[in-house]
Design a protein around this ligand. Sequence first.
Ligand SMILES: Nc1ncnc2c1ncn2[C@@H]1O[C@H](COP(=O)(O)OP(=O)(O)OP(=O)(O)O)[C@@H](O)[C@H]1O
Ligand SMILES: [Mg+2]
Length: 305
Amino acid sequence: MVALSDAMREVVGLAERVATTDANVLVTGESGAGKDALASFIHSRSPRAAQPLVKIDCATLPADLLEAELFGYERGAFTGATEAKPGRLEAAHRGTLVLDEIAHLPLDAQAKLLRVIEHREFERLGGRQTIEIDTRLVALTNADLKNAVERRAFRDDLFYRLNVVQLQLPPLRERGEDLAELSRGFLKSFAVKHGRVAKQISAEAQKFLRAYDFPGNVRELANIIERAVIVSTGAEIEAADLPESTRVAAARRERKAQQPTLAAVEAEYVHETLTATKGNKTEAARILGISRKNLYERLAREQKK
Ligand SMILES: Nc1ncnc2c1ncn2[C@@H]1O[C@H](COP(=O)(O)OP(=O)(O)OP(=O)(O)O)[C@@H](O)[C@H]1O
Ligand SMILES: [Mg+2]
């Protein structure tokens, strides 16, 4: 894992230390920040590394299906259960079970999971036989789980059991030192994937990337670099190879950082509106709440500058 920034070095350092134990871990972070990557890292550095790493996504499956997937079921447990099937928990025996989007785990399943943690046992759906289980839990969330506890959507006893060690992944925009290294790694792998030579990123394109705030974090950076590798025709990855939205957002952020005057902000908004109306001045004036004459005067004033 790339971890050059202080914030990431701290998180990865803590992850390495906790990996050697069986303690449950809660990984928090924005979408695309690397929660899955960190969970795999913990497993790979743990004494369980040679055993299975199993994942279940609590957000995508409906409640009954999720329980069936997690705990497994016996034949006849529900309509359509024509054969018994072990769940992911059993698959993760002696290994690690990653519970993605844990905030979405229904309350019934939360109670069963608590029993797994406290007594290391459970039954399959429709089953009478108690199964003993040894698995390490890594729970992931991009939601504020403490808040879910306060709303009583998440059991507090389970929260404390999962939250033995919490690893908070910082968003990419707070990890400036990681950006170049991550970009280089993605450049190499996408160049291989698409049969291109790995180019450098031009100084100007790097400037745009540094000014961008990456709401989609590392995953968004990966997408941006993959696209650039594909569309780039020059000797370097240029700013023009970055998506329009990235360039616009970065330019806006940079301008804000310079604390512009009111006139400059107004002028920028006038131009944004004109772009949005594809140059239609009547429509732009209507949106801006000024007369067409006023709009023409503003544009003329700018021309003189
Ligand atoms: N520190 C890192 N070093 C290298 N690659 C990383 C790092 N962090 C994340 N990635 C890569 O970025 C992508 C997104 O990461 P990941 O899927 O782990 O994010 P996530 O937090 O689980 O996102 P989501 O909330 O959408 O599930 C993956 O391809 C992952 O390999
Ligand atoms: Mg994920």
